[in-house]
Structures are given as C-alpha cells and as structure tokens.
Design a protein around this ligand. Structure first.
Ligand code: MG
Length: 273
C-alpha cells in the first residue's frame, strides 16, 4: 500500500511539475541556450580561470601544411602583402599603423593597438599565416603573444609556446580561456604557421537571449586542434564568459602590448552565411 501511495504521489508530482504548453517553456523548447553551469562563484582573479592540465601533445606538422597558400577564387582577401587597406586601428578607426614589410608580411607595432577589419563578418572560413620571431624575448604569455579575435570577441590564441609552457587554455591554438587545443602543432620559432578556422556565429533572439551557440573548428598547420567546439560566450580575462547579444562584427588582430613582434601574411576568408 505504501508503495502504491508513493507511486501515486510521484505521478502527481510529475504531472504538476512537468513542462506543459501552459507553463513557462521548458529550456529545450524555448529556443534559448541555457547557461553552462559553473562551479563556484564568479572568479575575481585571472588565475582562477587558468587551466594547466592535461597538457596537449606536441605534433610535428607535415611540411606541405605550412607556408603560403593562395586564396580561393571566392575569398575576400584581407591582406595580400601589398597594403593594409582592409584594416584600421581598432581604438579610433585611424589608418593601420602596423609595419608593412618588404617580404609581403606585416608586423605588430608594439603598443599601437589592435588592428580591426573595416568590414563586419558573421560565419566564416578564415585562413591566416603568422610567425613568431626567431629571436626569443619574454616567457609565458609575454613571448610573442598576439591572437585573432573573431567578431571582436572570440580569441584564437597566437603565442610562441616552443619550450614555453603556459596555462593550456591560453596556449597557442586555444580558444582563449575556454577550450584547450587538442594538440600543439607549432613550427620552430621564426617559421610560418597557418591557421585555418571555421567559425559559425552565435545567434540571439529578439529578447537578446542566445538562441544558438557559436562553434569553432581550427586547423593549426593542417592539424585539427579545435573540433567543432561550442563557444560558451564572450571571452573574459577575469570571470566566466558572458553572452551579451551582438551581430556581425570585425576580425581583430591583437597587439598584446609587450613587444610580440608577430608577423602576419596571407589573410583571407570566405563568408559562410
Ligand atoms: Mg593573445
């Protein structure tokens, strides 16, 4: 009898609390992406969101995967080595101040600020090549730190990690402070790396709530290092990612402000929406 009463009570409970059309919509039905549960309170220091283990394995890329590749016919070329016309300074929209080099590359001009595309983009396939200098200066996050921020908000880290460990969710190829890369596939310092990135932009409903998470796939010198990962939100140096609504936005290249001397060349993208 007790068992029967328990089953009856449980059934009534389920009926009362189950998601019904007349009740507020269930999370899975609302079109809103629920926030990822975090452990503990909101971090107040950068260190609280640094991850150190496990350390991704090192992979030596194949020679054919590195080096210059020309853009496909339908690509938007953002940098072909001849000018910086697709870019301006992020902080004030003035002309790009980074150095244009004779070899068809450009170099981060220390403490001039970030570069930003003049055009806004949604979902994209992005190709870019970068090289950290052969001359080693600095360590940890201060050794040739740059990065590509997609939609101004989602950074794929660029860093000289050769014999230079750092927190793994901030190492080369990380979706900064969100996703540790699957492998560390850098070439020796001074040589050219290639990133091939597929980014699907997050979507937001009219109420400003995220209705679809963004996703990111990254090949580093032909090695898959981010495999269609879900982007949790807008990257924060301190604290959990946030999800303020936004639309199409520029691509930003980072001046980390500590003499990174990173060079870029051959930057192009294809729109996916
Ligand atoms: Mg960076």
């Amino acid at each position: 009898m007790k068992t029967l009463k328990f089953i009856l009570a449980a059934a009534i409970g389920v009926l009362l609390f189950a998601c019904q059309p007349t009740t507020p919509p269930c999370p899975e039905d609302s079109g809103v992406v629920p926030e990822i549960e975090r452990s503990g309170p909101e971090p107040t220091t950068p260190e609280e969101t640094e991850v150190y283990e496990p350390v991704p394995p090192k992979v030596t890329p194949g020679a054919a995967a590195t080096g210059f590749s020309s853009a496909p016919s339908d690509a938007i070329v953002l940098f072909d080595g001849t000018h910086l016309d697709a870019w301006y300074m992020a902080q004030d929209s003035t002309a790009a101040k980074w150095a244009l080099n004779a070899d068809g590359s450009m170099t981060v001009a220390n403490r001039t600020g970030n570069l930003q595309t003049k055009e806004n983009f949604g979902s994209i396939q992005l190709h870019l090549e970068w090289a950290s200098p052969a001359e080693i200066i600095g360590e940890n996050q201060s050794r040739s730190n740059s990065g590509v921020f997609i939609q101004q908000r989602y950074e794929v880290q660029i860093l000289d990690n050769n014999d230079n460990p750092t927190y793994t969710n901030g190492q080369v190829g990380a979706l900064y402070k969100q996703k540790v890369p699957l492998a560390m596939a850098s070439v020796p310092s001074g040589e050219w790396n290639a990133y091939d990135i597929v980014f699907h932009a997050p979507e937001f409903n009219e109420a400003g709530q995220k209705s679809k998470s963004g996703t990111l796939t990254v090949f580093h010198n032909g090695v898959l290092i981010q495999d269609h990962v879900t982007i949790e939100g807008i990257i924060q140096y301190i604290g959990w990612p946030t999800n303020e609504p936004h639309g199409d936005a520029p691509i930003v290249l980072q001046d980390h402000g500590d003499n990174s001397r990173v060079r870029f060349r051959n930057i192009w993208l294809r729109k996916l929406d």
